[in-house]
Design a protein around this ligand. Structure first.
Ligand SMILES: Nc1ncnc2c1ncn2[C@@H]1O[C@H](COP(=O)(O)OP(=O)(O)OP(=O)(O)O)[C@@H](O)[C@H]1O
Ligand SMILES: [Mg+2]
Length: 261
């Protein structure tokens, strides 16, 4: 399979008022076309930073990010971002939220309606086209977020804890829905989460990051058939392995903090 996202020796240092923080240090990762990759790591290890750099919303200090061999230097429609806090326009209807990027590109109205209708159907929002976000549940809002990202026909979908604000039942449902949408569209997905269970349910491979400055600590392939059974022995074994990696990393980070005191 060909490489979709190529991240090489990426680092990022934020400097403000003579103080600097290195969020990412030598982060390298390859993601294949159509692959579903979950990124896990201690809070503050640079997951959002990595995603924002891949999206082109932020620039790395060193290193490169390429998507299909092309260097990422600015934000573009080729990389769709889905945020935890939904980030919808409250004054726009569901349809108008989904059409936002298309309007920006100057896509004619008839074509916009055709495209938004397709994705409204895909994410299961038929009948809610004219509702404002205030009339939607959390799960429905996130469906709008996913449809809005997909409407621009991105090569990759970048998702930053997209289900973090949902209750457990809705979250499980949205995970299944996302897998259905992923199978239907064949998109490459880079998905940040704090939930080990979610990562094992979704991913082809799980990337465990080190504490800040974040780099790849371990890549754990998840070779379980879908749909996955969260109660199966195999599922629990993978979950255990990921948890052990994360716990070790957390302890290393704590020991490092203590040695600074
Ligand atoms: N714009 C910024 N200016 C200064 N420092 C920043 C900026 N963005 C992030 N940081 C710092 O970079 C580090 C990594 O932040 P980031 O948000 O990428 O972590 P994260 O892994 O997404 O954390 P979480 O799991 O809590 O969401 C943190 O120490 C954070 O304070
Ligand atoms: Mg984050």
């Amino acid at each position: 399979m060909s490489v979709c996202i190529h991240i090489e020796h990426l680092s990022k240092t934020f400097t403000k008022d003579k103080r600097s923080i290195t969020a990412l240090g030598d982060f390298s990762l390859d993601i294949s076309d159509g692959e579903f990759v979950c990124l896990l790591g201690p809070s503050g290890c640079g997951k959002t930073t990595a995603l924002r750099i891949v999206a082109g919303l932020e620039k790395g200090t060193y290193g490169t990010v390429q998507v299909h061999g092309k260097k990422v230097s600015s934000a573009g429609p080729g990389r769709g971002m889905v945020f935890q806090e939904f980030a919808l326009f409250p004054w726009r209807t569901v349809r108008k939220n989904i059409e936002f990027g298309l309007e920006m590109k100057g896509v004619p109205e008839q074509e916009r309606v055709r495209i938004s209708s397709k994705f409204i159907e895909l994410v299961g929002l038929k009948g809610f086209e004219d509702s404002p976000p205030s009339e939607l549940s959390g799960g429905m809002k996130q469906r709008v977020g996913i449809a809005r990202a997909l409407a621009n026909e991105p090569e990759v979908l970048l998702m930053d804890e997209p289900f973090g604000a949902l209750d457990a039942q809705t979250r499980n449902l949205m995970q299944k829905e996302l897998l259905r949408i992923w199978a239907a569209t064949g998109k490459t997905i880079l998905f940040v989460t704090h939930s080990v269970d979610e990562a094992v349910f979704l991913a082809d491979k799980i990337v465990v990051m080190t504490a800040r400055p974040g780099k790849v600590r371990e890549i754990i392939p998840v070779e379980l058939q879908r749909p996955r059974d969260r109660t199966s022995r195999e599922f629990i074994a993978v979950r255990g392995k990921v948890l052990t990696e994360l716990d070790e990393e957390f302890e290393i980070a704590q020991a490092r903090e203590r040695s600074k005191e």
